[in-house]
Design a protein around this ligand. Structure first.
Ligand code: TXA
Ligand code: MG
Length: 352
């Protein structure tokens, strides 16, 4: 009979904060937010690390837990358009059009901030990011919190600053291990269905423009607006996700074409004198996958060749690779093109 392996310490320390997102737990989580504590919760994009967005002390805990610089602004999450409008001093026609078309959903609007939005949220900027998420657990949390509190939840992705966003509750627990106090909660709502963060559209200057590609495609946004998005040269507002090296795994991560992947792997082997370091290979091509599966010290991770499924699974695979403790992650470069814009943006940053 095989003995159960003891859990690694990091897991046992943090797992106590993870709760299945049942209705009674969600109601409790709303209370936790109202009391100024942290609740990590699933959205359709990635897990968010939430706090009462109108309570500066609660917001400060987000920055502390993430290790995020104070001048990087947070997105405010709301249950409905009325709450969103109350956070903005102007609600332009483009906001009306985009909210009507894509909310609830993976789209964040940057608007001129209303006076009630704390400086702690905006990093002192005159604008605020607002989004109405589509995930049913996020929605019930926001609705329950609106009944007993502000109904406004500031939430960055629930990972340490610069790391990969979590799409599973266990990745939240792992990424933010040691950051929780006794009141905080992680709501486990399973895997996030979109898997990359929201598209951020800046509506605070004259022509709407994309600051971060994401869950909603550029073409769909232009269609809803009835006009092309701008490519402005004016300095963009600070978007931490726009830092060159962001969304990065611990392991050295390299993007290589399918035809070069084996050669690159041999090269890494040749440089590795002990020939003992594990290399993870994230591949779409089945033949390549089968070839790699026969090799020693290679952790093969397959991922779908369809853009939506690839986006959904990417962060989970990168977290898995880090958990395996591999030295290098080789990523078979996916196709380019509009449907792959968000995935390629994140891969570029993960490999920067
Ligand atoms: O899908 C998402 O957007 C997820 C889920 C949890 O909603 N959230 C997320 O938050 O990705 P975060 O903080 O990891 O990324 C939000 C990005 C940051 O790069 C931040 O700089 C930018 O939004 N942002 C927030 N407010 C802004 C503002 N007023 N102006 C410009 N950028 C802003
Ligand atoms: Mg983030």
């Amino acid at each position: 009979m095989e003995m159960a392996k003891p859990e690694r310490e990091i897991e046992t320390e943090t797992v106590s904060h993870v709760m299945p997102a049942e209705p009674s737990t969600v109601a409790r989580a709303a209370r936790v937010l109202a009391d100024g504590h942290l609740v990590a919760f699933p959205t359709e994009t990635v897990y968010g690390l939430g706090a009462d967005g109108l309570n500066p002390a609660a917001v400060a805990r987000i920055f502390q837990a993430k290790g995020r610089p104070a001048d990087h602004p947070l997105i405010l999450h709301v249950a409905d358009v009325a709450h969103a409008r109350a956070l903005a001093r102007e609600w332009p026609r483009a906001a009306e059009q985009l909210a009507a078309t894509f909310w609830p959903g993976p789209l964040t609007l940057i608007l001129k901030r209303a006076p009630q939005v704390p400086d702690a949220v905006t990093g002192g900027q005159d604008t605020v990011g607002v989004r109405m998420p589509a995930h049913p657990i996020a929605q019930s949390l926001l609705t329950a919190f609106a009944a007993i509190g502000s109904g406004v939840v500031a939430a960055p992705s629930a990972n340490r600053f610069g790391g990969i966003s979590p799409t599973r509750a266990r990745d939240v627990a792992h990424s933010l291990a040691g950051q929780w106090d006794e009141h905080d909660m992680i709501l486990d709502g399973g895997d996030c269905p979109v898997g990359v963060e929201s598209t951020i559209v800046d509506l605070s200057s004259t022509v709407p423009r994309i600051l971060r590609p994401g869950g909603v495609g550029r073409d769909a946004i232009e269609q809803a607006l009835g006009s092309p998005l701008g490519y402005s040269d004016e300095p963009a507002p600070r978007v931490s996700g726009a830092l060159e090296s962001h969304y990065a795994p611990q392991a050295n991560t390299l993007l290589v074409s399918k035809s070069q992947l084996l050669a690159r792997l041999q090269q890494i082997r040749a440089e590795d004198r002990g020939a003992s370091a594990d290399v993870a290979c994230l591949v779409m091509d089945p033949a390549l996958r089968d070839q790699l599966a026969t090799m020693d010290h290679v952790v093969v991770m397959s991922i779908s060749g369809s853009a939506d499924a690839y986006a959904r699974d990417l962060y989970a695979r990168l977290h898995d690779a880090d958990r395996e403790g591999v030295a290098v992650i080789l990523v078979e470069a996916p196709p380019t093109g509009m449907a792959w814009e968000a995935v390629n943006d994140r891969l570029k940053r993960a490999t920067a």
